[in-house]
Design a protein around this ligand. Structure first.
Ligand code: GZL
Length: 342
C-alpha cells in the first residue's frame, strides 16, 4: 500500500535537458509536489515548506491498525506533511527495506511502528548516519542505543495490563470463588504490547492469591488465531476457565463464538477482558458478552505530525509521548459513550 508519490530533487543545471525541457520538468516537479503534499494548490505556494515523512506501518491486522493508519493519513493531509507510507505486511524485513528506501529518498523524518522489538539497530544507524531523525509510532524497540530514536509516541502498555488486572481483582469478589482460573491469549510474540500488557497484568494479579493463569497462548493479534486459541482452550479446560484475558479485541471477537459453541455464555459463565476498545468490542460489551475493555487509542496522527514538524524545524521534542487512556466495563453506564472512530 503506497500513499502519495514522492519528489526526487533534480539538479536542473546538470541534467541534460534543453531549455524548453527544463521548463516542462520544473512544471512537472511542482505539480507532483503539490499532489503529494496533501495541500491544495491555492493554499500553499512554497512547496519547500513541506515536510516529507516516510512512515512504515506494520500491517493491516486489526481494526486498531486500520484506525491508526487512517488517522495518520488524515492528520498528514491536515498539516504540511507529505506522507510516504508503506505497508510492512507484518514482516520486519519489509519494514527495514522501507526504511532504507526512505533514507535513499532523503526524507526529512522517518517514522515506523515496529512489529517486534529486536533487530532494528543496523538500519537505524544508517538513518542516523544520513542525518534523518526517527520517530517510533505505537510500539517500541529494544536497543542499547537510545539516541537512535528521537521520540516514541504510543500507549503505556504496562498500565493497560494493570488496568485489566485491577478490574479483575474488583470483579473476583462477585465470582465468590477461592481459586480463579485465567487463560491468556497474547498478542504478537516479542512485540511491545504483548510483553508489556502481559507483565502489567501478571505483576498486578500477584497481589491476589485467588488468581492462577492456567495457560498463555499466542493469538498474534489476529481474529482467526484468537478463535483457534479459544477452541483449543475450551477443548482442554472447558468450564474450568473462569476468565479470558485477551491482548486485543480482534482475538477476543474471534474467541467469543468458540465459547458459545462449547455451550457457555461469555461475559456470564466466563469473564472476558480485552484491550483496544474499538467500536465492535464496545458494542459487544454493551450486549454483556465482554466484561471489560481497556482503551488503547490508535489516534496518534496529530502527535506524529507535530513531532515531525518540530524535528524538521530543529526544535526540541519530548522523548516519550503517552496518550491518555482509560477502560470501559460492566460497572459503568455506557449509554452515553460516543462512537469510537475505529
Ligand atoms: C497496540 C497495537 C496493537 C493493538 C492490536 O498499540 O500495537 O497492535 O492492540 C494491533 O490490535 O494489532
Amino acid at each position: 500500500m503506497f500513499f502519495g508519490g514522492f519528489l526526487k530533487t533534480v539538479d536542473l543545471e546538470k541534467s541534460a535537458v534543453s531549455n524548453s525541457g527544463k521548463k516542462a520538468l520544473i512544471l512537472s516537479v511542482l505539480i507532483s509536489s503539490i499532489i503529494i503534499s496533501g495541500c491544495s494548490p491555492h493554499k500553499d505556494k512554497v512547496q519547500s515548506q513541506n515536510i516529507l515523512l516516510g512512515f512504515s506501518q506494520l500491517g493491516t491486522e486489526s481494526a486498531w491498525r486500520s484506525g491508526n493508519t487512517a488517522d495518520i493519513v488524515n492528520k498528514a493531509k491536515a498539516s504540511k506533511v507529505s506522507l510516504m507510507m508503506e505497508n510492512g505486511n507484518r514482516r520486519q524485513e519489509d519494514q527495514i527495506a522501507a526504511i532504507r528506501r526512505f533514507i535513499a529518498y532523503q526524507v526529512d523524518v522517518i517514522a515506523f511502528s515496529p512489529i517486534v522489538e529486536e533487530g532494528w539497530d543496523n538500519v537505524l544507524l544508517e538513518a542516523k548516519d544520513a542525518g534523518i531523525p526517527v520517530v517510533l509510532v505505537d510500539r517500541d524497540i529494544s536497543t542499547d542505543n537510545p539516541d537512535l530514536i528521537s521520540c516514541k509516541i504510543g500507549a503505556d502498555f504496562y498500565n493497560e495490563g494493570v488496568m485489566a488486572a485491577d478490574y479483575l481483582i474488583r470483579k473476583a469478589d462477585s465470582l465468590g470463588k477461592k481459586e480463579i482460573k485465567i487463560v491468556e491469549i497474547t498478542g504478537t510474540k516479542d512485540s511491545t504490547p504483548m510483553r508489556k500488557r502481559q507483565s502489567g497484568f501478571m505483576d498486578t494479579i500477584k497481589k491476589d492469591s485467588r488468581m492462577t493463569v492456567i495457560e498463555s497462548i499466542n493469538g498474534d493479534f489476529l481474529k482467526s488465531c484468537g478463535a483457534e486459541c479459544m477452541r483449543h482452550l475450551m477443548k482442554k479446560y472447558g468450564s474450568e476457565i473462569d476468565v479470558v484475558f485477551s491482548h486485543n479485541d480482534e482475538m477476543t471477537l474471534g474467541a467469543l463464538p468458540e465459547i458459545e459453541k462449547a455451550g457457555l455464555l461469555p461475559g456470564k459463565d466466563i469473564v472476558i477482558i480485552s484491550i483496544d476498545a474499538g467500536q465492535e468490542a464496545i458494542n459487544v460489551l454493551k450486549e454483556g458478552k465482554i466484561n471489560c475493555v481497556v482503551e488503547c487509542t490508535p489516534m496518534l496522527g496529530k502527535e506524529l505530525m507535530d513531532t515531525a514538524t518540530k524535528l524538521k524545524n530543529g526544535e526540541k521534542v519530548e522523548k516519550v509521548i503517552h496518550p491518555k487512556e482509560g477502560y470501559f466495563c460492566d460497572e459503568q453506564d455506557l449509554s452515553e459513550l460516543s462512537l469510537r472512530g475505529y
